[in-house]
Unconditional design. Structure first.
Length: 197
């Protein structure tokens, strides 16, 4: 629909600011440099603020806004007068920012992306770790004392079988068997099976 026809049909129904923006656009397209400057002055601050927030970079924001103005002037005939020119223009700015983001994401260096990732555990991972820790504690407590002691010396104190045997006052073979039963019992309890050792 031609802007002039659209404005004449909707002129009385549109809010004054919309008529003013649409009128400035129409006059600018007709070659009025003052109208073009006035419309640019009106659209520039909110467009630049939006682009800066979305790109995070003032130079990129400037580029986006310049490109958006080029698009505005190239496609002004498509403007529907039932919308605000500023709303339409900010949509162009937002879409250009999203296009820029997608392009940069496609070409982003994987090592750079890895540095942006937070290495800390997520709340869900923390919760799962807590559940595993609680299950491990319960399973350890369910083991007979000597098995639990042998397993703790082996896993946490990193003692070998002869050292465990000396600590518990038994032969190496008995300590080896005790440790085997402790590990098997713990595995059984952690897998949810019911077993007695």
């Amino acid at each position: 629909m031609d802007i002039e026809v659209g404005l004449s049909l909707l002129g009385g129904l549109l809010p004054t600011v919309w008529r003013t923006e649409a009128g400035l656009l129409q006059a600018a397209l007709a070659g009025d440099h003052k109208a073009s400057g006035a419309l640019t002055d009106r659209l520039m601050p909110p467009a630049h603020a939006l682009a800066w927030r979305l790109t995070g970079n003032p130079a990129d924001a400037e580029d986006v806004v310049q490109e958006a103005f080029c698009r505005l002037w190239q496609h002004a005939e498509r403007f529907e007068p039932r919308a605000k020119v500023s709303t339409w223009f900010l949509t162009i700015v937002r879409n250009l920012c999203m296009d820029r983001f997608r392009r940069s994401e496609d070409h982003a260096d994987a090592s750079v992306l890895e540095t942006l990732a937070d290495a800390a555990a997520t709340p869900e991972e923390n919760w799962h770790a807590g559940v595993r820790s609680a299950r491990l504690h319960e399973a350890l407590q369910a083991l007979p004392f000597r098995q639990r002691a042998a397993l703790m010396m082996w896993a946490w104190q990193e003692l070998d079988v002869p050292a465990i045997a000396r600590e518990l006052g038994m032969t190496d073979n008995a300590a080896h068997q005790l440790l085997f039963r402790a590990r098997a019992g713990l595995k059984t309890r952690l897998s949810g099976e019911d077993g007695n050792d």
